[in-house]
Ligand binder design. Structure first.
Ligand code: IPM
Ligand code: MG
Length: 364
């Protein structure tokens, strides 16, 4: 089969890890007989420098014309000035909104051979395998009013937490669909003891649950959830939550996996149901890590696993996705480690070498 892919390498370590993701994708192409046409574009700081905007209308259009988008990372100290008119992160938000990517999937899976490389006790994190579904185009990030102004008594600023029932319904449905294909347990995270938007969220979640009698729904307050994630992370299967809660909880959850360099993500424009290909953007959870850029250090596993998610959700290539995931497991099993997951007695490798090792096993 033939697919069109928009590739936005971005800033910092973005281009390096993206190169390894593409390497593995091409290995899949030659083994399984698919061709991937790559369309490169600028986003983030690089786009600000060269085009004066963090995401040009042409790049957005190019992304829309493809089957999926692969993104490296954006941002860096060069563009950090809070007074600046544009920030690299604006490019990311414009992609999410402009491409209608309302469903952000962030799986957290602890590889058994890495249980010793986290800050938590091995017996707490052994067997952790859950997936966060974060709402990505609403809530405090996007809802209006959103502004800052001057009053006679000083400066004020506001952001708005608004959700419509349609926005809640489609994201909760994503949670149920995923849970149905996993261990059938969905935790909906809110702050319904205080927030009106959360009370509506909870009500809509209960209504949608009627369509999924095979899935058990539990409501959990966000503060309690943040505690439970550390205390008993194997408790969770699928979690669904609004944009800002999801931003915070997924960073917390990423620490269970030892390194952010291991975690992929998908941002989808539709509800994943078996056999349906959905437009999506795929990126590692980690940022641009400017201090590591150009040093052949960054761990490419996160973007490589993001490529696997892309094959599964946007291209419908489930077997091929599995081939990548098992190649990653083999390489870790054979004790190869990038600096961020390095341990005594293991073999330290750089970005390129890790990519070569995984691509080699995919080519199998
Ligand atoms: C994330 C990031 C972004 C977010 C930033 C870079 C805008 O933290 O993807 O979680 O807050 O959504
Ligand atoms: Mg975040």
């Amino acid at each position: 089969m033939e697919f069109n892919l928009a590739v936005l390498p971005g800033d910092g370590v973005g281009p390096e890890v993206t190169g390894e993701g593409i390497k593995v994708l091409q290995a899949i192409g030659s083994r399984f007989g698919h061709s991937f046409n790559l369309h490169y574009g600028l986003v983030g700081g690089m786009a600000i420098d060269q085009q004066g905007t963090a995401l040009s209308p042409d790049t957005l259009k190019m992304c829309r014309s493809c089957n999926a988008v692969l993104l490296g990372a954006v941002g860096g100290p060069r563009w950090d000035d809070p007074q600046a008119k544009v920030h690299p992160e604006d490019g990311l938000l414009a992609l999410r909104k402009g491409l209608g990517l309302f469903a952000n999937l962030r799986p957290v899976k602890v590889f058994p051979m890495l249980v010793d490389s986290t800050n938590l006790k091995p017996n707490v994190i052994d067997g952790v395998d859950f997936i966060f579904v974060r709402e990505l185009t609403g809530g405090l990030y996007f809802a209006r009013p959103k502004r800052r102004w001057q009053t006679s008594r000083g400066r004020r600023a506001t952001d708005t937490m608004t959700y419509s029932e349609q926005e809640i319904e489609r994201i909760v449905r994503v949670g149920f669909e995923l849970a149905r294909r996993r261990r059938k347990k969905l935790v909906s995270v809110d702050k319904a003891n205080v927030l009106q938007s959360s009370r509506l969220w909870r009500q809509v979640a209960v209504e949608v649950a009627a369509d999924y009698p095979d899935v058990e729904l539990e409501h959990m307050l966000v503060d309690a959830c943040s505690m439970r994630l550390i205390q008993n992370p194997t408790y969770f299967d699928v979690l669904v939550t609004e944009n800002m809660f999801g931003d915070i909880l997924t960073d917390e959850a990423s620490m269970l996996a030892g390194s952010m360099g291991m975690l992929p993500s998908a941002s989808l424009a539709g509800v994943p149901q078996g056999g349906v290909n959905i437009f999506g953007m795929y990126e590692p959870i980690h940022g641009s890590a400017p201090r590591r850029a150009g040093l052949n250090m960054a761990n490419p596993v996160a973007i490589i696993l993001s490529v696997a998610m892309m094959l599964r959700y946007s291209f419908g290539l489930v077997k091929e996705a599995g081939a990548i995931e098992s190649a990653v497991e083999q390489v870790l099993h054979q004790d190869y480690r990038t600096y961020d997951i390095m341990d005594e007695g293991k073999t330290k490798v750089g970005t390129k070498e890790m990519g070569d090792l995984i691509a080699g096993r995919v080519g199998g």
